[in-house]
Design a protein around this ligand. Sequence first.
Ligand code: SF4
Length: 336
Amino acid sequence: MTLSELQEVTKGLGMPGFTAKQIAQWLYVKRVKSIDEMTNLSLKHRAMLSEAYVVGAETPINEMRSQDGTVKYLYHTFDNHFVETVFIPDEDRGTVCVSSQVGCKMNCKFCMTGKQGFSGNLSANQIVNQIQSLPEFERLTNVVMMGMGEPLDNLDEVMKALEIMTAQWGYAWSPKRITLSTVGLKKGLQRFLEESECHLAVSLHAPLPALRRELMPAERAYSITEIVDVLRNYDFSHQRRLSFEYIVFKGVNDSVVYAKELLKLLRGLDCRVNLIRFHAIPNVDLEGVDVAKMTELRDYLTQHGLFTTIRASRGEDIFAACGMLSTAKQEEINKN
Ligand code: SF4
């Protein structure tokens, strides 16, 4: 809950105004696991709270560890549904990749989560719990909303979760430590840009509408040219960062023709491009490219003035591509 939601609860229970802040402190600063531990609340108030509420902290039910230190966790959400959360350590950084929905409606061709279909939105509780109950919480420096689901398709709950992470009464993290990744949804993009200061990463993957439509059906509803036009109205030259994610598929979007189109599309925008290697998924006729091709593409774009990096692939030995672990769990449940 956000502070204003806690204030409504405490008011409804006839508790003094300041107790909401005390509860927020117990939840987000001390990260207690039960209402009983909130010892500066009276016994009577703790009992009243316990009648209707619990601290929604649930530890992961499964994990897979990569040789490179990446850990993928599986969290139970509702019914027989699960989401994945990935912790990625990197020298002095610790990044958590958080999910926002169970499954996804966007059906991107290259994504395992998309193949699951959509089962439901996560509540702010279930989003924040992926961080709060992460065994590596103390090592976290960055959050990326890049896990399962499309965050702008569940924006009310995502915005609450972002508030909990950034507010002084919450984790008090700088929004510059948080990046939200989206395919770009008309309803939602503008609100996110207006109401949040977190970084934005747009899943681009193809600069031409016809190819993007093939890879990402969401292009039909809101084209990448419209998205870029909206982004041109915002200032990304200072603290806030705008990046474009580009998964490189062999023989599909890896030629200089597409690099030139990328340059055309993003001309004049303060942004960077992240090239991502594709993790093959079952039953999809897409392949990744080798390091040489990635480097060639990066160098071409950089030489033509577009700041471009290659994202290090992490946790390949534990199926780090989103949706793999939860799909396996779902299949196991369906079999039994
Ligand atoms: S890539 Fe993201 S938006 Fe596309 S189907 Fe997968 S989870 Fe959804």
